[in-house]
Design a protein around this ligand. Structure first.
Ligand code: EPZ
Length: 422
């Protein structure tokens, strides 16, 4: 994080209906594993539609730290990993971002060794990496843990059968990256089916990998000798798309959200319709017209194609304004309700017990001074502020900037009264 960044805050004057058009950026959660995947490629990778956000910058920092070269031109990025000289990810950078752990699979896959520490980023509950490590071990990689450091080494990486106890997104990606260049065939079952995994696999296949079944729960990775130079366009960010649709819904607005993939956001669109929004859905755009008052709906987060946990807090904000009582059940992470306390400071009526949040809708949301404690929870505070009476100050904005490209300008263009104060 840059010096002073922690101090920056958003000032939002609520009550404006959002109107107009907003363009969705490239997906954070596709970009991160794809950037990690460039380590497997000898030579240069050109990536388009890479979102300019803090988490992506952190990934670049790690790539550079281990000897890679990153050249940026707006959202086009060229990464050259031909001069990587170390297999060790610095603890400092590892702590900055949990997704740094997916670099481990790529580094081991290419160099047969990797040292790293337990990743940071624990604001949404304990996030173990046991499934990643079990997968590595099955591939023939030896793992030693010393003083919090994880040391991985293999003579050969051998194709095998791996069954995941839970369809973890990160473990699926890490195992794919580690086995791309393995000897023989790896079959991964109970794999995660998220669209970001399909995007990673499309990228790897374009570079010469042989991977089948991405997007289903059975992924087959046929080892190849090498991956070669490639250019690739990152898929749109489905959570960013969902967030702007909800910004339209919560403010009683009328928006056109462009450059998205509507197939990826079906569970989100279903819930918006159930809540009374009128949608016009096309392949790459969705128009939303909010009802006079949102209806209460129940939500259960699930692995894809279920309702995404990353949208849980976003709908949490929306439903505080609904007519009636909604129930949210968070099934993916054990503690992803930190934002609730802040929303309640603004007049929301949410009660959390374990994995369940009961939300009694109200018309009286008031501006207040609130603090973001994670990316999506922070975005929920911004949405609530857009509909609140009066002025809201959101502190710890750096969490939000980790995952939303140009959020302040995009909201301003839709008519929101929002300012970033450093
Ligand atoms: C990815 O995280 C996303 N991050 C998250 O996005 C998202 O919330 C999550 O998937 C679920 O969809 C990226 O893609 C970079 P998991 P990941 O492994 O891979 C447990 C956002 O806001 N688990 O599928 O870390 C774990 O504790 C975020 O953009 C184990 O028990 O998620 C959790 O309860 C944050 N052992 C569940 O599985 C393991 O070894 C799902 O985690 C791994 C995971």
């Amino acid at each position: 994080r840059k010096r002073g960044e922690k101090m920056s805050k958003l000032i939002i004057q609520g009550g404006k209906k959002l109107e107009g058009e907003v363009q969705i950026s490239g997906s954070k959660n596709a970009a991160l594993p794809i950037i990690a995947g460039t380590v497997l490629i000898k030579g240069k990778t050109t990536l388009y539609n890479v979102p300019n956000i803090q988490d992506v910058q952190t990934m670049f920092e790690i790539i550079k730290d281990i000897g890679g070269k990153v050249t940026k031109k707006n959202n086009k990025i060229i990464i050259d990993t031909s001069k990587i000289h170390t297999y060790e990810i610095s603890e400092n950078l590892m702590r900055k971002m949990r997704s740094s752990v997916i670099l481990a699979g790529a580094i081991i896959g290419k160099y047969k060794k990797a040292n790293f520490s337990y990743p940071g980023g624990c604001e949404i509950g304990s996030r173990p990496i046991d499934l990643h490590l079990k997968g590595f071990e099955k591939l023939g990689i030896n793992i030693k843990e010393e003083y919090g450091e994880i040391i991985c080494e293999a003579d050969r990486i051998m194709g095998t059968q791996i069954h995941l106890d839970f369809p973890s997104v990160g473990a699926t990606e890490n195992i794919i990256l580690a086995s791309c260049l393995a000897e023989g065939v790896t079959v991964l079952t109970n794999a995660a089916k998220e669209p970001e995994i399909e995007d990673l696999v499309k990228f790897l296949n374009k570079a010469g990998a042989k991977i089948k079944g991405a997007g289903t729960d059975r992924v087959e990775i046929i080892g190849v000798k090498k991956l070669t130079e490639v250019s690739y366009n990152i898929m749109p960010d489905r959570i960013e798309a969902g967030t702007y649709l909800v910004a339209g819904a919560i403010t009683g607005g009328n928006l056109k959200v462009t450059n998205l993939n509507s197939n990826h956001i079906e569970p989100i669109l279903n819930k918006l319709e159930e809540a009374g929004c009128v949608l016009k859905i096309e392949k790459n755009t969705v128009e939303i017209k909010a009802p006079k008052r949102i209806k209460a709906v129940d939500i259960k987060t699930m692995p894809y194609p279920g309702f995404p946990t990353d949208m849980q807090s976003i709908f949490g904000a929306l439903l505080t304004t609904a007519k009636g009582t909604s129930i949210i059940t968070e099934n993916i992470f054990e503690s992803r309700y930190k934002y609730v306390q802040e929303l309640n400071r603004m007049g929301a009526k949410i009660n959390v017990e374990g994995r369940t949040a009961v939300i009694k809708g109200t018309k009286r949301i008031q501006g207040a001074s609130v603090v973001a404690s994670d990316l999506r929870g922070g975005a929920a505070l911004v949405l609530e502020a857009l509909v609140a009476k009066g002025v809201t100050q959101v502190d710890n904005v750096h969490y939000i900037l980790r995952g939303y490209e140009n959020i302040v300008d995009k909201l301003k263009n839709l008519g929101a009264k929002i300012y970033l104060e450093d």
